[in-house]
Design a binder for this molecule. Sequence first.
Ligand SMILES: *Cc1c(COP(=O)(O)O)cnc(C)c1O
Length: 355
Amino acid sequence: MSSKFWSERIEQLEPYVPGEQPKIDNLIKLNTNELPFGPSPLALAAMRDQLDERLRLYPAPNGDQLVAAIADFYQLQPEQVFVGNGSDEVLAHLFQALLKHPQPLLFPDITYSFYPVYCKLYGIDYQQLPLDEQLAINVADYQRPNGGIIFPNPNAPTGRLLPLQAIETLLQSNRDSVVVVDEAYIDFGGDSAAALIPYYDNLVVVQTLSKSRGLAGLRVGLALGQSSLLEALRRVKDSFNSYPLGRVELAGAAAAFADRDYFQHCCAAVIAERQRVSEGLSSLGFAVIPSAANFVFAAVPQGYDASQVAAALRQRGIIVRHFNRPRIDNYLRITTGSDEQNSALLAALAEIVAA
Ligand SMILES: *Cc1c(COP(=O)(O)O)cnc(C)c1O
């Protein structure tokens, strides 16, 4: 249903379709990679502490207190940190500010499906380079003229990690374009490329509090990079919305970054459970891609149809993500849940694929 009042570009957009957020309460929700644990109790307390008459005042436009907490965590300067309303907003600003050039932007054929959406929104030319047979990024493919490079590390929805060394190769062989590493899942098993920021003026690292810090409902994301790059993001932000984060968000996010113990505890618990789920799936005949994220990407056993397996799980109250796309339509992406949720998942699958 369109309308004659729409601008032409809106007519042609193909918006991103987020994973389902069901209204039913007692489903086991393993479809959008949220943390199975709540946010840090210190973050909750910091947010409650904001609920008073100070809310009549605008928040700090650049989120100084949160920026300081993040700079401290990554051993960077405050000018090397940019915060926004979820990493999706930060990514949108990045596409517009740093990735729109005459040469095409490069990213994998199987990756975060928001990237082509931003390209269409901003009129950015792009080229998708196929992952190899094992669904891994082949760094050598990215040594061709380009107007920028972006990929998640670990990649989504595969969960595969590109080692820091390979990222350094990419940075060195693409000195004249910006390389964006979207680290939504890095805390579950990889080293952040943030450590390379002092050495490369073409690197931007993007992260979110939605996954490893259990704050998807708060909407906080960030970019790390040399200040000349991030200045471009500030220019977009201040031409769009000067206050992307409210007082509650800023205080909660800063406290979440400061609470390192809770963060490390949650990540370690997810990693241990991911290992158990991976082994359980393998023994049921699934082909599991080694994951460094808080989900696993697994091909269903021979003779089964992934969309039917997903439907059978749903009947048992468990939701996972199936992508009806070439090359990956026999895979399921399964978020690592709590111990009980994962046990329920494995028990349900044992019924479904043995039947
Ligand atoms: C979840 C996710 C994001 C978005 O995170 P928000 O901060 O919640 O907007 C960005 N990139 C990738 C690869 C993700 O999986």
